[in-house]
Design a protein around this ligand. Sequence first.
Ligand SMILES: [Zn+2]
Length: 496
Amino acid sequence: MKNPFLPILCFSTMLNFTNASAGEVPDTTSLTPAVQKLSRAVTFETVSTVNKDDFRYEEFLKLHDYLEQAFPLLHDRLQKTVINEYSLLFTWQGNNPDLKPILLSAHLDVVPVEKASEDDWKEHPYKGIIKEGYVWGRGTMDDKYRVIAMMEAVEQQLEQGYAPDRTIYLAFGHDEEVGGYAGAGKINEYLEEQGVQLEAIFDEGLAVAEDVVPGLKDPVALIGTAAKGNINLKLTVQGVGGHSSAPPKETPIYVLSRALTRLHNKPFKPRMIPTTKETLNTLAGELGGKYKFAMRHYGLFKGKVLKMLAKDQATNALIRTIMSPTVMEAGEKYNVLPREASAIVNIRILNGEDRESVIAHVRKVVRDERVNVEVHGVYTPPSQITETNTAVYKALKASIHETYPGVMVVPALFPGSSDAKHYTNLTDNIFRFAPQVVNRENAKLVHNANERMSVEGFHQAITFYDSLIRNTCGLVETDALVQQEEEEGGLGVTGE
Ligand SMILES: [Zn+2]
C-alpha cells in the first residue's frame, strides 16, 4: 500500500510553520497600521541564546515599550503583569467569572541569525523591511507575527466595544527558543499561584498545509492535539584505561557501541495513538477508496497500516518512541584506552509512555550491567491528548473555517515542542496551531535566512484571533456553534 499521508505528515516534523503564499506586489493600501507594527516589532533584536548572560535584555524592554505605544487601548483596559522581568502576561477580564479563562500563548524571542547565513538574506533580518507583499525579518514567521496579531485583534475589539464573557490571557514568554523555562515556565507558576484553571490554551505548533496530500486539492489545517515527550539518556561505560597495545577483551568503546547497536536493532514497538488514528481516519475519509476501507476496518488492517507508516522516517515518528544517539565522547589519544565512553541518546516519547517505561526499555535492550543509564538534563513528558468532541474544539474549527474557507480541519500529533508544555497543569485542552498557510517552499524559511511573512497571511492571522476570541469567549457564539453542529446532525470531527 502506498503511503498517501506521507507528504502531509512530513510537515509535522518541523517545529514551526510559516506563511508566504506566492506573492504579488501589493498595493500600498495593504500596508495597514497592523503591518507597520509587525515591521517595527522585528527591529528589536530579542534573540534567545543558550547562555542566559548573552541575552540582550534591553531589547526586550524596548519591545515592551514599543508594544505599549502601539496598543494603547489594550494597555489601558487589560491588566499587564511583567513576569520575570522580560515576559508579559495580559489579562482581559471577562464578564462572567463562572467561565474558565482561555490563554493565548506566543513568544517574544527569536532564534539568532547564523553567521554563515548572513549573506543569504536578501533583506536585513532586523530592519522590518516591507517589500513585494512581505514583511521581512527574523521573527516574522516565528513568532512575532502571532504576538502582534493577537494584540491587534484585541485592540480592534476594544475599539469596537467588544466585551468578552470569558477572561482571556495573552501570555508572551521571552525564551521559548531555549526551552521557555524562564518565560512560560514562570508565567505558569504565577497563574498556578493565583489558582487559575483554564478552559483551553492556544499555542503555536502545526499549521494550514497546502498542496501536500496527493489527491487532496483542499488545504488541510492540522491542529496539534498531542505532543511527544522528550528525554536525554546518558549511557556511560567505565574502563581501566591503559595502553592500546594490550587491551582487555572488551573496552568501554566496544561495550558502548554494542549497547547502541542493540538499541538500534530493537526500536520501540509501533503503536497507533488515538490522535494519529483520528488524523488518518479524517484524511482517509477524504481520500476515499482503499484508504477509507482500510481505516474503517482498522482492526483487520492494523498490521498493514502500521507497516506502511513505519516505512518512512517522518510517519514512523508518529507511531513509536524514537531513539537517536546524538552525542558521543570517548578517548583523547590514539594509543591510550579511554577510561570512560559515553553517549547521549535523545528520545522522543510517544504518548502513553513515560520516563520510567523508556528507561526500562533501554536497560532491557542493552542488557549489560556495565552500561550505566541515567537521565541527562530536563525530562518533558508526552502531553495529554486533547479531546476533540468539545465546544472549544468546535469553536477553533469554526474560526479556522472563517479564516481559511474550504480547508479541512484535522487533529494530529505535534512531534515538536513549544511553550505549551509549561502549561499542562492548567488545562487538558491544549491546541497547537499557528494561523499560517504553509507549503513545501515557505516551510523552509523558519529559523532560516529570508524569513518573511506575507502581508495577506498576516492579516489572516489577525482575522483568526479575532474570530477565535469571539467564538470561545462569547457565550452566545459558543452556544450557537454547538447548536449548529447538532442541527447539522452532529458532524463528527472524523466525518468531515
Ligand atoms: Zn516559535
